[in-house]
Design a protein around this ligand. Structure first.
Ligand code: FAD
Ligand code: NAD
Length: 471
């Protein structure tokens, strides 16, 4: 970077929030630089998160299907073997293709990419320790902090990413563990637990709450997916907390007890996955040099235009409020740039979908039943099982349901919850409906192609204001 030149925008962090903001800024004609220390672009999501985990989920599901679900389809296969090394290489190929793709998009959109670690020197200057050695400084009229998040550690269990692992170790194990204990039955625990369970591990998930999938997941749906995952071989200990762990010997000992106190038990495992959440990452960023604080959960405090208390410094993505999701980070990247270029940006936080990529998938948008009950909102439910859907039947993949929750008086959609094949793709329609303020009847009177899984979506909507035809 040239020290003299001041950029319109300097972004610290080249994850989804940062790289999307950089491209949008480049497209909008701003002079922009993005500082990333990892050596590759795309952040947690592309390098060690969304993308590698989905590659392993997809391929482990294929293996599981071939092992357990071919005979009844008239497909006879011979010896089936896992080649973990090749499966990991396939994952790496997907990751590399995508991170390089972002680098190409930087060039295409005139984004200056600085490989190094950035820290605030003053309110307009970032000092960069370059990955290749040496230092530089970049000045920005505007600065975005997009430094993301890291796994929350579990006290007493030191992560080595070999047998005491976070998701980063879980996407790179060199052999299939015999026994894996997963601490935390949230999205990471269930996705990565699924991968290793399908590849042959005996997986036990220990979850503090009374349901898996986190509090955002509708309780009815959570119960259903838990049954399905249990049928696939995963074990669950709900309302249970891990009190301590001892990884000093090869067989790791995990002490658990009932969340409300009482019954204790000792679990053993050869790998333990710590998946108790993620926390914002601002270490080494020099926030103290400019007097910026984080809140009690480590988040940078911002206003509705993503401004910190120093208005030309904004924060986006996992490092600030809201769900830690790549598509949320992406929306914020675009909106934050628009606040600079147009004084207006928009993200609808009520219509951000969540997807868990197990099989079947779980996806939802808007509010769930337990939230609406707590708020005293009067609602209606319309649901439709995939077992009554023609395409699911032809696919011999009929587990799950679509569930609409609508305002009892107006029929406006308040939430859509799906557990079933392809739920993650189907939720886009629910998100669009919510974004447009649609009623269930708007969806129910829209033609959906036959035979498709999305007919279950239409029929669940019909059930919310009237009756489904096929159930
Ligand atoms: P990050 O992606 O964490 O990027 C921040 C970047 O900043 C990092 O690359 C870091 O190296 C860099 N950085 C930090 N400090 C500095 C500094 N001082 N100088 C220079 N660079 C710095 N979300 C989904 O929506 N769908 C999924 O399927 C999904 N799967 C996931 C699976 C796993 C295993 C994990 C861990 C996460 C998953 N997520 C998923 C969440 C998603 O990865 C995050 O929400 C997303 O990456 C947030 O983007 P971000 O840009 O805010 O932060
Ligand atoms: P999470 O917050 O989703 O789940 C953590 C779970 O651990 C919670 O259910 C919590 O009750 C439980 N827990 C906490 N302490 C515990 C203890 N001592 N004993 C037992 N259970 C305990 O966090 P995560 O699964 O680690 O995921 C981190 C973030 O990454 C999330 O924000 C998630 O949205 C994101 N992510 C998203 C996807 C996706 O979109 N498909 C995939 C992976 C990760």
């Amino acid at each position: 970077a040239s020290e003299a030149e001041e950029k319109d925008l300097v972004i610290v962090g080249g994850g989804v929030a940062g790289y999307v903001a950089a491209i949008k800024a480049g497209q909008s004609g701003l002079k922009v630089a993005c500082i990333e220390k990892r050596g590759t672009l795309g952040g947690t999501c592309l390098n060690v998160g969304c993308i590698p985990s989905k590659s392993l989920l997809n391929n482990s599901h294929l293996l599981h299907t071939i092992q357990h679900d071919t005979k009844n389809r008239g497909i006879e296969v011979g010896d089936i073997k896992l080649n973990l090394d090749v499966m990991m290489k396939a994952k790496d190929t997907s990751v590399q293709g995508l991170t390089k793709g972002v680098e190409f998009l930087f060039k295409k959109n005139n984004v200056e990419y600085i490989k190094g670690t950035g820290a605030f020197k003053d309110e307009h200057t970032i000092a960069v320790n370059l990955n290749d050695g040496g230092e530089t400084e970049v000045k920005g009229k505007n600065i975005f902090i997009a430094t993301g998040s890291e796994s929350t550690p579990f006290p007493g269990l030191t992560i080595n990413e070999e047998n005491v692992i976070t998701s980063t170790g879980a996407i790179a194990l060199k052999k299939v563990p015999k026994k894996m204990v997963v601490i935390g039955g949230g999205i990471i625990g269930l996705e990565m637990g699924s991968v290793w369970s399908r590849l042959g591990s005996e997986v036990t998930v220990v979850e503090f709450l009374g349901q898996i999938g986190g509090p955002g997941m509708d309780q009815e749906i959570s119960k259903q997916i838990q049954k399905m995952l249990a049928k696939q071989g995963m074990k669950f200990k709900l309302n249970t907390k891990v009190t301590k762990g001892d990884a000093s010997a090869e067989s790791i000992k995990i002490n658990v007890e009932a969340a409300k106190g009482g019954k204790e038990e000792l679990l053993d495992a050869d790998v333990v996955l710590v998946a108790i959440g993620r926390r914002p990452y601002t270490a080494g960023l020099g926030l103290e040099n400019i007097g910026l604080d984080v809140d009690e959960r480590g988040r940078l405090v911002i206003d509705q235009e993503y401004r910190t208390k120093i208005p030309h410094i904004r924060a986006i993505g996992d490092v600030t409020f809201g769900p830690m999701l790549a598509h949320k980070a992406e929306e914020e990247g675009v909106a934050a740039v628009e606040f600079i270029t147009k004084n207006y940006g928009h993200v609808n936080y009520n219509a951000i979908p969540s997807v868990m990529y197990t099989h079947p998938e779980v996806a939802w948008v808007g509010q769930n039943e337990q939230e609406l009950k707590a708020q005293g909102v009067k609602y209606k439910i319309g649901s439709f099982p995939f077992s009554a859907n023609s395409r699911a039947k032809t696919n011999l993949d009929t587990e799950g349901m679509v569930k609409f929750i609508t305002d009892a008086e107006t029929d406006r959609i308040l939430g859509v919850h799906i557990v079933g094949p392809n739920a993650g793709e189907m939720i886009a329609e629910g998100t669009l409906a919510l974004e447009y303020g649609a009623s269930a009847e708007d969806v129910g009177r829209t033609s959906h192609a036959h035979p498709t899984l999305s007919e279950a979506f239409k029929e669940a909507a019909m059930a919310a204001y009237g009756k489904a035809i096929h159930y």
